[in-house]
Design a binder for this molecule. Sequence first.
Ligand code: PEP
Ligand code: MN
Length: 342
Amino acid sequence: MLIVMKPEATDEQVEDVLKVIRELGFKPHPMPGATRTAIGITGNQGAIDPTHFEILPGVGEAIRVSKPYKLVGRDLKHDDTVVAVGEADIGGRDPAIIAGPCAVESLEQTMEIAEIVASCGVKFFRGGAFKPRTSPYSFQGLGEEGLKILARVRDRFGLKIVTEVLDTETADMVEQYADVLQIGARNMQNFSLLRRVGTSRKPVMLKRGMSATLEEFLLAAEYIMAEGNYNVILCERGVRTFADHTRNTLDLSVVPAVQNRSHLPIIVDPSHGTGKRHKVIPLARAAIAVGADGIMVEVHNHPERALSDGPQALLPEMFVQLVEEVHAIHSVVSGQRSVVSR
Ligand code: PEP
Ligand code: MN
């Protein structure tokens, strides 16, 4: 059920509706919009009688939601969500660029890469301290020591830190250090982890599972939002197909598909999406051209020595060039987005 308040509804009238929803044993999710507030309701098993709400002052209409998701959809919130991360944002006017190594390997390596990222005017730094590796014998990340290094990057360069939360056991620790909590592709349907980050006050960047449909992707975001954390950023990072010239098949068509159904921002990761350095810049350009709200790319000062994902890491000079291109392409397409029907 979705309650759409009248444009002239007062804050008190909205509060009264929230109270009635709670008294019925459900959870209200108010979403203020440019012209009116809509309120999503979760926690109900069956259909709710709309007459509970239609009679309340300030209520415009009570609508049954036919889609499997309620909170991520544009029925509830028509306007694009802009996720604020301190004074930076994702989904706003400027394209968000998130860059850094696959993994935090040492203080020296991380600081050197962060200096390059910051010098391009980029606001977000990535780096894993807890790494989901296919082999148990591969480098698993520095753990808390890595998080401490990331905190030093924030202090020194003012970069916002995006880092992965691998499991519920380490979520409290990662939450203390991160500005944005990353949920990796392998965890997209780890429902207890999604619920855990749903209770966090930090924004969550949710990566698409490697065989997830659009609906499964959106429902994973719904898990986070249903717990009350509405600051979710989606990230396309490629899906698995028969193609063997590429690590994954980057599905750029999901960007307008997401934008059609959801108000959440979506960024693209062409590094994991391709697995090869020479493909990252072309696909990053394409991601911005297709209308993504930003990109996430891996950068390394010595990729030949990287402890993970060296072959897909951009060299510093490649990254510097990419940042310029992203801004140039974005300035061309941003004026066009409003005319593209969603
Ligand atoms: C990552 O971004 O560090 C990562 C592990 O990516 P993914 O979860 O998309 O494989
Ligand atoms: Mn990686």
